[in-house]
Design a protein around this ligand. Structure first.
Ligand code: PAF
Length: 290
């Protein structure tokens, strides 16, 4: 454990638990932002929001192995703790918790948190085990850090819905706050994985956000049939180089079940592989008021 100016970096679970117990005994409220590091403006927005809600702001940096599939980018995922600590410090984070994987999951580890229905939709089928890994690590982090309030980005919309459901189902006394997606100037949703994109892929990647905007425009023109909106997005994204669409869905924002028509606030979510990089984005489509 070491304090760098006024930020404390903790790398063991015991020390984090002791620090949280000390803070709670002193009557402090803990705001928590879990991350996998390689921080960008999207993460900093979560932290700025967190700063407003707690006496102490704790950020975890942990590239969680259990949420990556065997062919996914766990090994290549960008990591730079010193850079992350500097960025976190710039937005007033008090404590960074950066545990080792072998401490989080020892050799005999065998307990997981799994949801029944929500992981079956959207990203679930192409990322088997992903949400089980997320729900498990977030539960563990909640138990170690003991926050009263935690922040998640709306960019990972399915993850946010899953965490909210899990908190309700397991009666965790934690308020979950969703924070709007932060975008590059051309609309691309910020993601640590954007760093993998070549210049040409980066141009194609803009089509994700553009297709969501186009769907909202079509809706404003009276097209409410989900299939037509999905077809439009699919044609548009599919016309760009290096892309392979994983899914484009229009669904209920709470159950994530597909809908046939957009009749109230409805989630449009998509996942697209651009080159080797899998990108996701979403928007809540809102039909015009009568
Ligand atoms: O959104 C992420 O960065 C991760 O899924 C999370 C919530 C930190 C769990 O590892």
């Amino acid at each position: 454990m070491h304090a760098e100016a006024n930020i404390l970096t903790i790398s063991t679970i015991d020390q984090m638990q002791q620090e949280s117990a000390r803070l709670l005994d002193a009557g402090k409220t803990i705001a928590f932002v879990p991350t996998m590091g390689w921080l960008h403006e999207g993460h900093l927005a979560l932290m700025r929001e967190g700063r407003k809600h707690g006496d102490t702001l704790i950020v975890s940096i942990f590239v969680n192995p259990t949420q990556f599939g065997p062919t996914e980018d766990f090994q290549d995922y960008p990591r730079d703790l010193d850079r992350d600590v500097t960025l976190a410090k710039s937005v007033g984070v008090d404590v960074i918790f950066a545990p080792e994987a072998k401490a989080m999951y020892d050799k005999a580890y065998q307990t997981h948190v799994d949801l029944e229905m929500l992981p079956r939709h959207l990203c679930g089928p192409s990322r088997p085990g992903h949400f089980r890994g997320v729900a498990t690590v977030v539960t563990k982090l909640f138990n170690i850090v003991r926050p009263q309030v935690a922040f998640f980005g709306e960019k990972d919309y399915q993850q946010l819905v899953i965490i909210r459901r899990m908190v309700r189902d397991l009666n965790l006394d934690i308020r979950v706050i969703g924070v709007p997606t932060v975008r590059e100037s051309d609309g691309l949703a910020m993601s640590s994985r954007n760093t993998y994109l070549s210049e040409e892929e980066r141009r194609s990647a803009r089509s994700l956000f553009q297709s969501l905007q186009q769907a909202q425009d079509s809706l404003a023109e009276g097209i409410t049939v989900a299939g037509e909106l999905i077809h439009g997005a699919s044609e548009f994204i599919g016309s760009k180089p290096h892309v392979q669409i994983d899914y484009i869905a229009i669904c209920d924002p709470e159950t994530l079940e597909d809908v046939d028509r957009v009749e109230g606030p409805t989630l449009m979510a998509l996942a697209v592989r651009v080159g080797k990089t899998r990108l996701i984005d979403n928007a809540i489509l809102k039909p015009m008021e009568d």
